[in-house]
Design a protein around this ligand. Structure first.
Ligand SMILES: [Cu+2]
Length: 361
């Protein structure tokens, strides 16, 4: 009944909007482009500083409900809901003043209604009120990206918001200043590559013997999952959909001298990113580029419901761990990944003066 009411409201709101602004729309005169979204942890190709005029940037995302293995070691599964089949959904990048125009597709192979709430957008519950799609439907939303920063987007169907979010339906939109990133004192900051990390607190129900339960459909998992959610104790905390997603073959990579932008989204729960053996050279932990970045951070803090951004130039080779520095959440529950860095070791920054050896008597 609740669901039905919001649908009615959204339809009324949508027709009002179309009726009111049909021909006098400034966005209609702008150039439209259709960049390609890529799967996380990679980020779509984009310019940093740009001299281009504002554009309408068109994206398409398809919702996919599916069972995923969230811990390969013991085969634990979750009935996930995703944007484009990945956790997190792909990171979209635009510039301040651009319009984001999203086509959201909910194929009839899905069972549930979905929508999308962009934290970067203004009005109609972030767009959620205008994007409710049943299986077999699609919808197109446009909004002006008039604030810079990294912002969460997530599904938010009335009555079921937290379930859809903790089941995987979130991602990040990054709105870059047209002049690119700066240190807040006129110094331009450039990155050579960007990675996007979505942290997910998962609540997998257990049976009476303490084993994780598996379900055939998302709806079947609903009651038990909500019960687990209400305890506020996640059973797993993972980066990009599963334990170890960003390790081994999935590890992030860099070279000494390269500057990497780490975009860290967490739609539901606080986290505290840390790069073991490195730092945050410039960090917007609240993720909004109009604010001056903090420097030299050991650990930063990403509020549940936001995305933070850190820039780091690697100075030493080796395998780094990028973790949530509640180390129980990192190493017991899964919130850890790797960055493999190639290059030449710098003895001035660190040197093993004497290798481990028996204590001298
Ligand atoms: Cu949803």
């Amino acid at each position: 009944m609740k669901v039905f009411r919001l649908c009615m409201a959204a339809t009324a709101l949508a027709s009002l909007l179309v009726g009111g602004v049909a021909s006098a729309d400034p966005a209609d005169k702008l150039e439209h482009i259709r960049p390609m979204l890529v799967a996380p942890p990679n980020v779509m190709q984009h310019e940093q500083a740009t001299t281009a005029k504002p554009k309408v940037v068109e994206f398409t995302m398809t919702i996919e409900e599916k069972q995923v293995v969230i811990d390969a070691e013991n085969g634990t599964t979750m009935q996930a809901m995703t944007f484009n089949g990945s956790m997190p959904g792909p990171t979209m990048v635009v510039h301040e003043g651009d319009y984001v125009q999203l086509t959201l597709i909910n194929p009839d192979t899905n069972a549930l209604e979905h929508n999308i709430d962009f934290h970067a957008a203004t009005g109609a519950l972030g767009g959620a009120g205008l994007t409710k799609v049943k299986p077999g439907e699609q919808v197109v939303l446009r909004f002006k990206a008039d604030r810079t920063g990294a912002f969460i987007y997530h599904c938010a169907p009335e009555g079921m918001v937290p379930w859809h979010v903790v089941s995987g339906m979130s991602g990040t939109l990054m709105v870059l200043p047209r002049e690119g990133l700066t240190d807040g004192h006129g110094k331009k900051l450039h990155y050579d590559k960007a990675y996007t990390i979505g942290e997910f607190d998962l609540y997998i129900p257990k049976d009476e013997n303490g084993n994780y339960k598996s379900y055939d459909t998302a709806l079947e998992s609903y009651g038990d999952t909500v019960e687990a959610m209400r305890k506020l104790v996640p059973t797993h905390v993972v980066f990009n959909g599963k334990v170890g997603a960003l390790t081994g073959e999935g590890a992030m990579t860099a070279k000494v001298g390269e500057s990497v932008l780490f975009i860290h989204g967490s739609a539901n729960r606080d986290t505290r990113p840390h790069l073991i053996g490195g730092h945050g050279d410039y960090v917007w932990e609240t993720g909004k580029f109009i604010n001056e970045p903090e420097r030299n951070l050991e650990t930063w803090f990403v509020r549940g419901g936001s995305a933070g951004v850190a820039l780091y130039t690697f100075k030493q080779p080796g395998v780094y761990a990028y973790v949530n520095h509640n180390l129980i959440e990192a190493f017991e529950l899964g919130a850890a990944g790797h960055v493999k860095v190639e290059g030449k070791w710098n003895d001035d920054l660190m040197k093993q003066v004497k290798a481990p050896a028996p204590i001298k008597k």
